[in-house]
Design a protein around this ligand. Structure first.
Ligand code: C5P
Length: 337
């Protein structure tokens, strides 16, 4: 009973941390885009975040092993080096994440933030589908209903206000149709890799005894290698011209750090909750970042759609969570009997 409570606490703490991390990342990214500064190469930012994530995980494994360097090396040797087949399994999600992260930066150069956020929420549905197919998770009819309600709600929340539509028409008249479709295609692909990679990682994490931090070190090793390959293929010349860390202002470093910490939080959310609940947490953070944009940054005016979307997102979240609690408590009830 005590173990369940502790696990529940970790679940809610990790979910709250994800909402906080995601909200600050979205806001900071918006801020960094409005700043006039030298451009940084996004593919290098992804590699740096992966590398930092790996380093943080090594420190966490060291802490878990009584701060002993010898034990740290032994664990890494036993769990990673001596199990090449098990380690190689992580190449799949990490390769997909490397492609996904680059696709999203690519998409953001062609689509505005609102369109990007709306279309990327498709990942909630691909995640649910992959959870059913790969984890044999059963999703009740009303839970599918709440998932669809969530997707529609997020679409409403991020729907642009009339002034934004006005602005966008001017921009759109300059942008070519091909560019828009390329951006949308990139988001579609990223939604698919997000669902598959997330559920694949969840399966690996929940079907073996290996710790979440070791799994993340494995993920970070492959992620750094794949990321470097992408830098080499697409940005080799730019890196050679002006260096790997060109344009890395303080804000960019904070964004990189938030991305690295985000990876760790997502891993704990996947361990203690699941990928579908993760989708709800990120949707809430879209809501929060819009509210903060309105009250603090004053760069957003809520429309009727925004209020409607808020009601949809909150209702869907409670609907999904309420059913989960009901199922959990009835299972606990049965276990007690
Ligand atoms: O959008 P989505 O939720 O699929 O994004 C997952 C993000 O979390 C990716 O940027 C991925 O690199 C990162 N991640 C991570 N470590 C994990 C799981 C995900 O860095 N263990």
């Amino acid at each position: 009973m005590r173990i369940t409570t502790k696990k529940d606490n970790r679940k809610w703490i990790s979910l709250a941390a994800l909402v906080l991390q995601n909200t600050s990342l979205v806001l900071l990214l918006r801020y960094s885009r409005t700043m006039k500064a030298e451009r940084y190469i996004s593919s290098t930012a992804i590699v740096t975040a992966e590398f930092i994530k790996g380093l943080i995980c090594i420190v966490l494994v060291w802490l878990e092993n009584d701060r002993s360097i010898n034990r740290l090396f032994r664990v890494i040797h036993e769990e990673i080096y001596a199990k090449p087949y098990d380690t190689s399994k992580l190449a799949i999600p990490s390769g997909l994440y490397a492609i996904q992260n680059n696709l999203l930066f690519f998409a953001l150069s062609y689509l505005n933030a609102a369109t990007y956020q709306v279309s990327y929420q498709l990942k909630i549905l691909t995640t649910a589908l992959c959870s059913v197919l790969m984890l044999k998770k059963s999703i009740e009819k009303h839970q599918w209903f709440s998932l669809c309600m969530l997707a529609i709600g997020v679409a409403f929340v991020t729907w642009p206000s009339p002034e934004e539509v006005q602005k966008r028409t001017t921009i759109q008249s300059q942008a070519t149709w091909l560019q828009q479709s390329t951006g949308f295609g990139a988001v579609l692909l990223a939604s698919m890799t997000s669902g598959f990679a997330g559920v694949y990682f969840e399966k690996i994490l929940k079907t073996g005894p290996t710790s979440v931090w070791i799994r993340n070190i494995q993920l970070a090793c492959f992620g750094t290698l794949f990321g470097l390959l992408i830098v080499f293929c697409f940005d080799y010349k730019a890196v050679m011209d002006k260096g790997f860390f060109q344009g890395y202002s303080t804000v960019v470093w904070i964004v990189v750090l938030l991305q690295a910490i985000g990876g760790l939080i997502i891993a704990t959310v996947i361990k203690y909750a699941d990928n579908i609940i993760k989708g709800f947490a990120t949707s809430l953070s879209i809501l929060f970042s819009s509210v903060i944009s309105y009250f603090i940054l004053h760069d957003f005016t809520p429309s009727l759609f925004f209020y409607m979307g808020t009601v949809f997102v909150l209702t869907a979240t409670f609907l999904y969570g309420w059913e989960k609690n009901k199922v959990t408590s009835s299972v606990n009830e049965q276990a007690r009997i």
